[in-house]
Design a protein around this ligand. Structure first.
Ligand code: FES
Length: 165
């Protein structure tokens, strides 16, 4: 998100940025973004900093207060991007997402990062990672991202129990 905001600010584009985190200790890049001259909003799940709630709750609040946006860019957890897109679709706001699909070769050959966008198969590594969020099949993307969840959890436990990594 940071390089995109920096680029837009250099072009004179006004930006509102929302940083969402579970709690205040996980908020990053606040100062760096504020220096760029954009309005920075913080949301935390536990209310320890800024707005208490989800990113989507704050977007909805800003829209209901009359703020107008030409485009929304959502980058973060797949589930957050899904719900941002559902919301911005209601308000008919163009929305770009940056997908974080699992990647293996990064060359468009292995198919690991396959996603469906507008009914077509795309590879996040070579066709993206940015896509029109309103066209992304998020349910499929989330399922595919969770494909190795059990293995990841097993490996995480293993790495905590031994020092072989
Ligand atoms: S990572 Fe293999 S096709 Fe994208």
């Amino acid at each position: 998100m940071y390089p995109q905001v920096k680029y837009l600010r250099e072009k004179g584009v006004e930006c509102d940025v929302i940083i969402g985190a579970r709690n205040k200790d996980l908020v990053i890049l606040r100062d760096e973004l504020e220096v760029l001259g954009c309005r920075v909003y913080i949301t935390t799940d536990d209310g320890s900093l800024g707005f208490k709630g989800r990113v989507t709750d704050l977007i909805k609040k800003l829209l209901e207060e009359g703020n107008k946006y030409d485009e929304v860019v959502a980058i973060g957890p797949m589930i957050m991007m899904k719900f941002v897109c559902l919301l911005t679709k209601e308000y008919n706001i163009k929305t770009t997402v940056s997908l974080n699909s699992i990647m293996v070769d990064g060359t468009g050959m292995c198919g690991a990062c396959r996603v469906t966008v507008g009914g077509e198969t795309k590879f996040t590594c070579t066709d993206g990672p940015e896509f029109n969020g309103h066209l992304v099949d998020f349910d499929e993307a989330i399922n595919r991202q969770n494909m190795f969840r059990d293995e990841e959890v097993r490996r995480l436990h293993h790495s905590k129990e031994c020092s072989c990594f």
